[in-house]
Design a protein around this ligand. Structure first.
Ligand code: LLP
Length: 876
């Protein structure tokens, strides 16, 4: 039994839609949730339900006078009887009377005229049936549920400009606070009550319908009238999202919104909550929540007036089928009443305008098909009328893309990437709402396909959508449905490793520390891929001798780009056969090629000019050829190494010329190579590269090896998924089967070493300046350039206080005299973070030390290696 007594005046309203009341286990959930809410909150619970799914559509057809109404009624009766059988209830005892009412409505004298009051009665039967059977079932489960006729309590109010249809079939209800009403309602004897959505009482005592979305609105009206603690809308999605999850799987659950933002999102996009239902709760100060019946443990979306104001884009949405009407009139602004004439013509055709854009000679408006009947006839008639006063052009179909959030105006500077994205499309109209809550772009519908996921990512990337605000943004849709793979706990969090790091830090910082076992694990994972014949490690990522040895011990060769790297390899791994060394330079001086050729390593060339200018150097040799496949890819523009603007690779248009030059010099081209960039996240990338190179190799005829480069990504952020080696491997196996005659070669760098390395640094100072707290480190962009150069993300942890919760927000900066000397903004670190603490920058094993420099005459960082498994053959 619920603990709240019937006398309690604290209420919680729960609303369940059609799919939530159509199955037996869903009613079990309703009963359980109602009881739980009552027990937890000491409140009484009012449950508002919709009709079983599909029933209202049937009733609408009957109310519209469908010829087969009798059949439809019979089917509805059968449907409800079957459901009662599933609920193990006696159909005649529970619904006999109600089903008779439904049947009688078909022989009612009002049928012929389809009187509005008759239509309202027909439409209301679905909720009366579902609530009656639900109450019977819940009582049978031992719950103290009372059944309430909503028409006794919700009074339709008549608005002056409403026509007779709207006054009966699309009504609003009075929700002015009324103590007598509240007292009378509370007098009902049961602790738990069940009532209908969608219906209310007309002034004449008959039924009046709330219109579409009516059940949400009913719950909101009851919530407002009862001054409820909360109105919970239970539905079949987990809440409102930052975009439609079906289109943007990375969309975030919005866990907390204020009424105005929620209203805007409900109006422009998400269909989970009817926009009409928000105002009654807002006016009465009643909190709302959207929750998922199948996943009741998720936080859902809370909507209330106390939500902390977080500026930023909360959601993007897309509405299709928008019609634009562009009106050109010469010198229109000089004409008094021009706009009045224009809008009078829209009114005449019953069209309500959504967005408006204007210039000196043009006014463009949009028509939303969900608000208007916009068919070709209406548009032709409108155009004809408008042609009397201006030149008219109808542009359709268009898509309206809307960004919703607080403070759109102050966000404009963050939207540059978004502008750039729209710059590629034709934007017909941009409109900003006067409440500063939305910004809408109208583009051709055809251009909108696939745009939302990219736009969503760009908004996050540019900080316009502040997803790090955990008070507003919850999990991604993909996480909720279980489609996300997570990176593992990093090695340095283990107690032993962390103590080892702290003691190394005492020897001085900045200091890189590499965890050999992590390098070995990555190397072994790559070595186990059957499709790959030869593996070279790109030592530019990290050329520490111990790492080179460990990687060679796993069967890798080494790839170098300079004489310095070659010399490092020969010194660190003297036993490495020269066939296992690859030289892939870019614009290197002649002497470095000579050095490499002299040593006997494999040399890759990527231009014709070298052959022309240094023929004697290459005559009679075997070489590999690096081509540019015409495009780049990678985590940042600066690491893309393909396409016209990139300095790397021979364009395909010059391959013939290169081969002719080579033949003349008796050179054999035995390898074909492409590396299009670093940190590539496109899973199909390598397989595609192999496919293209395979095609070229067939034409060259002398190729033995196809090198598809490196570029494998690692998960730097918590949201990044680990690279799917299995899928990668399967893709490579598949494409290799198409070109079985070639050795498949890879040359990754980052993947092998990035996660093995951390940069340790001591906190120098903690300083507050005008609201921003900064933690200073003794390592700066000289020690780790990636954040300054690529805006790259490296997790930052306070190793000294690793067990403290990281709850305060700091910018983490270095000691270099450059504004770009910032490791991370708005990072969470323990509140007590102070001078002398050891900070750790994670995943710094690749392109960390190898790109470090002595700018500002700061010394290079120190380096240490820990934690091999004894099978590494490392030279220390
Ligand atoms: N092969 C060639 C020809 C390369 O140019 C590179 C990297 C690799 C292989 C190895 O790529 P990886 O597997 O590491 O992505 N400093 C940048 C990365 C520059 C990569 C340069 N070339 C960063 O820190 O992200």
């Amino acid at each position: 039994m619920p603990s709240a007594s019937p006398a309690s005046d604290r209420w919680i309203v729960l609303k369940f839609g059609g799919t939530s009341v159509s199955r037996r286990h869903r009613w079990d959930t309703i009963g359980r949730l109602a009881k739980q809410r009552a027990d937890e909150n000491g409140a009484r619970v009012l449950v508002v339900v919709s009709a079983l799914s599909g029933v209202t559509n049937e009733l609408t057809a009957i109310a519209d006078g469908a010829a087969d109404s009798a059949e439809r009624v019979a089917k509805l009766e059968q449907r409800h009887r079957e459901f009662l059988a599933e609920l193990e209830l006696d159909a005649d005892a529970v619904l006999g009377e109600r089903l008779a009412v439904l049947r009688n409505l078909l022989v009612d004298p009002r049928v012929a005229s389809r009187a509005l009051d008759w239509q309202a009665e027909v439409l209301g039967q679905g909720e009366l049936l579902s609530s009656t059977l639900g109450a019977a079932y819940l009582r049978a489960q031992g719950l103290d549920f009372g059944w309430v006729d909503a028409r006794h309590w919700l009074q339709a109010s008549i608005l002056p400009n409403q026509n007779a249809w709207a006054q009966r079939l699309s009504v609003s209800c009075n929700t002015a606070p009324d103590q007598d009403w509240r007292r009378a309602f509370a007098e009902q004897p049961n602790g738990l009550l069940l009532t209908q959505g969608f219906i209310s009482r007309h002034a004449d005592g008959g039924t009046a319908i709330l219109g579409r979305g009516g059940s949400d609105t009913s719950a909101a009206y009851f919530g407002a009238l009862l001054g409820a603690q909360r109105v919970e809308i239970w539905t079949d999605v987990p809440g409102m999202f930052s975009a439609n999850p079906r289109e943007v799987p990375d969309a975030r659950l919005l866990t907390r919104l204020d009424y105005y933002e929620a209203q805007e999102i409900a109006t422009t996009g998400a269909k989970v909550l009817h926009p009409r239902s928000i105002k009654p709760c807002r006016d009465a100060g009643v909190a709302m929540a959207i929750l998922d019946t199948e996943r009741p443990d998720l936080p859902g979306t809370s909507i209330d007036g106390n939500a902390r104001t977080v500026p930023g884009v909360k959601a993007i949405s897309r509405r299709n089928g928008i019609v634009l009407v562009s009106m050109e009139g010469i010198g229109m602004w000089q004409q008094v009443g021009f706009l009045a004439d224009v809008f009078a013509r829209f009114k005449k055709h019953g069209l309500s305008v959504d967005l408006i854009g204007s210039s000196e000679t043009n006014v463009t408006v949009s028509l939303d098909p969900s608000e208007n009947l916009v068919n070709t006839d209406v548009l032709a008639a409108l155009s004809a009328d408008l042609a009397e006063i201006c030149r008219v052009k109808v542009i359709a179909p268009c898509t309206a893309i809307t960004l919703v959030g607080r403070g759109m105006r102050s966000l404009l500077h963050k939207l540059s990437d978004v502008w750039a994205m729209f710059g590629r499309e034709r934007v017909h109209l941009i409109s900003q709402s006067s409440n500063d809550l939305n910004l809408t772009f109208v583009i051709d519908e055809a251009d909108a396909d696939g745009l939302l996921p990219v736009l969503h990512a760009a908004l996050i990337e540019s900080d316009a959508m502040p997803v790090e605000e955990t008070s507003v943004f919850g999990p991604r849709w993909r996480e909720i449905v279980g489609g996300v793979r997570r990176r593992g706990t990093p090695w340095w969090r283990a107690r032993g490793e962390r103590d080892a790091l702290l003691s190394l830090a005492r020897a001085g910082t900045p200091r890189y520390v590499y965890h050999l076992a992590t390098v070995q694990a990555r190397a072994r994972a790559l070595a186990a891929i059957p499709a790959i014949d030869r593996r070279f490690y790109a030592i530019k990522a990290n050329s520490h001798p111990a790492l080179l040895n460990a990687i060679v011990a796993e069967g890798f060769g080494l790839e170098c780009v300079s004489q310095g790297e070659l010399e490092r390899v020969f010194a660190a791994v003297p036993a490495l056969p020269v066939q296992n060394v690859l030289f892939t330079p870019s614009f290197a001086p002649r002497g470095e090629y000579a050095f490499a050729l002299d040593k006997g390593v494999t040399v890759t060339l990527d231009n014709v000019e070298a052959l022309k200018h240094w023929p004697e150097l290459f005559r009679g040799r075997e070489l590999w050829l690096r081509v540019d496949l015409g495009r780049g890819d990678g985590h940042h523009d600066k690491v893309k190494t393909g396409g016209k603007t990139s300095k790397f690779g021979l364009p395909l248009s010059r391959v013939e010329e290169f081969l002719a030059e080579a033949r003349a010099l008796d050179i054999r081209i035995v390898g074909l190579h492409a590396h299009l960039g670093s940190g590539v996240e496109t899973a199909q990338h390598w397989r595609q590269v192999f496919d293209e190179l395979g095609g070229i190799a067939e034409q060259i005829g002398t190729i033995q090896s196809i090198d598809i480069g490196g570029g494998l990504p690692i998960p730097y952020t918590e949201d990044d998924e680990p690279f799917d080696l299995e899928a990668w491997s399967a893709g490579l196996a598949e494409i290799k089967a198409a070109y079985p005659g070639y050795q498949l070669v890879i040359e990754p760098g980052r993947y092998l070493v990035a996660e093995s390395g951390v940069l340790l640094t001591h906190v120098t100072q903690v300083v507050e300046k005008q609201g921003i707290r900064r933690v200073g480190a003794d390592a700066g962009m000289n020690a780790l350039m990636r954040p300054a150069l690529y805006d790259a993300w490296h997790d930052v942890a306070n190793l000294t206080r690793l067990d403290d919760t990281a709850e305060d927000v700091f910018d983490v900066v270095g000691p270099i005299c450059e504004s770009s000397d910032v490791f991370g903004k708005r990072r969470r670190l323990p509140a007590a973070t102070a001078e002398g603490d050891v900070l750790l920058l994670a995943d710094a094993g690749a392109y960390g030390y190898s790109m470090a420099n002595t700018y500002n005459l700061r010394e290079l960082p120190a380096e240490d290696v820990i934690g091999g498994d004894g099978n590494d053959g490392a030279a220390r």
